[in-house]
Design a protein around this ligand. Structure first.
Ligand code: GLC
Length: 536
């Protein structure tokens, strides 16, 4: 759930907890098990709430702690778990810890919570060559209390997001208390933001980034500010806290690292339970690549005994209904910096056809699947947002060369023929403008149509729960042509995806349970179907 863009209950054009509470029945009916909600804490919103000014409260734009309690109670009543987002690598520049650090000056205990260092070249140059995920150097220079330019502080993301020094015992202890604060309120799990960033090599040595280097964390080896060994100490500490609660609490990490083996280290038995699978998200729409990613993901996780996860879209990525309609279907994150969008032309009809097939593939795989709000409506990336409404820091940090992630964050269309499509009160402008042509994409328009993308998702999620719940967790590939993915999940379900340019004869596979296109014995190109395995 990207909270700002889900549903607005108080008419300010910004999604909020009241809006989410009102729509919980929609989510329960859709058939999801749990909600991961993006940061809801008080924030100046320099990075959409990933710049936190107070970890133990709710931003007034989203509601109050009482609203969070009400949401939790109602979600639990409906059988939905709730996962909150913990941003612990950095705070907001407006967090009292950072405000105090700025005021206290060089060498103070307040500054020791962050990475304040003197610059090189007489103070004029950043202390090292580290870079920001949003472009440019990872250091900004401060004006000291005496009014003169002074030390530099580290921010692996935007300058408004100073990195905490996790070697500081006070930082560790404060976050122990923050975890307990939310677990005590009944939160079921934590999504750990930017986990690989949380430890840095002592002494902050240069990384060897050349001029114009991009934040390519999927290819880095031995980088001093990413995927450093000591991250795992922090994760183990948190796991012990979660495990101290009755029934335990769930942890899922965001860890964009160099391949499945490095990723598997985050989900060792005493660390996190699961981690998002960016290798799957970045795979092109190509049978060979997808099969290789699926096999490598499962193989790397087997020795540590962790379940796989699968994801196609998020609030950081180009929506896959658009990505799959481009000539290059690889996600932008594979190309370098976070969320940098290529904005290549997309064939919308082709992209949606593939997205519908992709969800049947994703939901048939063993493990857990993450869906991003709006993908169940088949929403495309909004690629023509006017420049003056763009809010993602990427836009400024890239010198207006990369539009960033706003195109996947446009508020959802619920009902009606024109904006705001039921997202907020009529006459109120949503915080990002919606395309005028979303009338056929609304929940209301799709709900009654059995052929809609919403109906496909809903049926798939309910079938997954009823059919796969008892299935053998293993998956077995079955013989198929080169451009076809076909596998069985025990005797419960067979999934066949046709990625070739030709129709595929599927008459021998048994009874069709669900198809993303016409399911009459032939799968058209870029469609998929689920079958009941003969005798199953
Ligand atoms: C994660 C979030 C992203 C945010 C970044 C910095 O990648 O998903 O939205 O910008 O962390 O906190």
């Amino acid at each position: 759930m990207y909270l700002r863009s889900f549903a607005d209950s108080d008419g300010d054009g910004i999604g909020d907890l009241g809006g989410l509470l009102d729509r919980l029945p929609y989510l329960a009916d859709l058939g999801v098990d749990a909600l991961w909600i993006t940061p809801w804490y008080p924030s100046p919103m320099a990075d959409g709430g990933y710049d936190v000014a107070d970890y133990c409260d709710i931003d007034p734009r989203f509601g109050t702690l009482a609203d969070a309690d009400a949401l939790l109670a109602e979600a639990h009543r409906l059988g939905l778990r709730v996962i909150t987002d913990l941003v612990a690598n950095h705070t907001s520049e407006q967090h009292p810890w950072f405000v105090a650090a700025l005021a206290a000056g060089p060498g103070s205990p307040e500054r020791a919570r962050y990475f304040f260092r003197d610059g090189r070249a007489g103070g004029e140059q950043p202390p090292n060559d580290w870079i920001s995920a949003f472009g440019g150097p990872a250091w900004s220079r401060v004006r000291e209390p005496d009014g003169f330019p002074g030390q530099w502080y580290l921010h692996l993301f935007a300058p408004q997001q100073p990195d905490l020094d996790w070697d500081h015992p006070g930082v560790r202890e404060d976050f122990d208390a923050i975890l307990r604060f939310w677990f005590d309120r009944g939160i079921d799990g934590i999504r750990v933001d930017a986990a690989p960033a949380m430890a840095k090599v002592t002494g902050l040595p240069d990384a060897g980034h050349g001029p114009g280097a991009l934040f390519e964390s999927r290819t880095w080896v031995g980088n001093p500010h990413w995927d450093v060994e000591e991250v795992h100490d922090i994760l183990r500490r948190w796991r012990r806290i979660g495990d101290s609660y009755e029934g335990g609490r769930l942890f899922v990490t965001e860890a964009v690292v160099n391949g499945p083996e490095r990723l598997s280290r985050y989900v060792r038995p005493d660390e996190m339970h699961t981690s998002f699978n960016f290798d799957y998200l970045t795979s092109p729409w190509d049978a060979r690549s997808l099969r290789a990613v699926i096999d490598a993901s499962l193989a790397a996780l087997a020795p540590v005994g962790a379940p796989a996860t699968w994801v196609l879209s998020s609030h950081d990525e180009t929506r896959h209904a658009t990505r799959f309609g481009r000539a290059d279907t690889t996600a932008a994150i594979g190309g370098g910096a976070m969320g940098f969008d290529t904005a290549a032309p997309a064939d919308r009809e082709l992209g949606l056809r593939r997205a519908r097939a992709a969800v049947l593939l994703t939901l048939a795989l063993p493990g857990s699947a993450y869906l991003y709000q709006g993908e169940e409506l088949g929403l495309p990336e909004v690629e023509d947002l006017p420049e003056d409404v763009l809010q993602d820091p990427t836009w400024e940090r890239s010198g207006h060369t990369a539009r960033g992630r706003d195109g996947c964050r446009v508020p959802l269309p619920w009902a009606g023929d024109s904006p705001p499509f039921g997202f907020t009160e009529d006459g109120v402008a949503p915080w990002l403008p919606q395309p005028a042509d979303w009338a056929t994409s609304t929940v209301a328009a799709q709900r009654a149509d059995p052929g809609s993308t919403l109906s496909l998702y809903r049926t798939a999620l309910h079938l997954r729960r009823s059919v796969l719940v008892s299935a053998d967790e293993s998956m077995v590939w079955i013989d198929a042509a080169d451009d076809v993915l076909a596998f069985d999940r025990g005797t419960a379900l067979r999934c066949v995806v046709n990625l070739s340019g030709e129709p595929l004869d599927v008459t021998g596979h048994g009874e069709v349970l669900l198809a993303s296109g016409p399911g009459d014995g032939r799968l058209p190109p870029d469609t998929a179907a689920w079958f009941r395995v003969d005798g199953g």
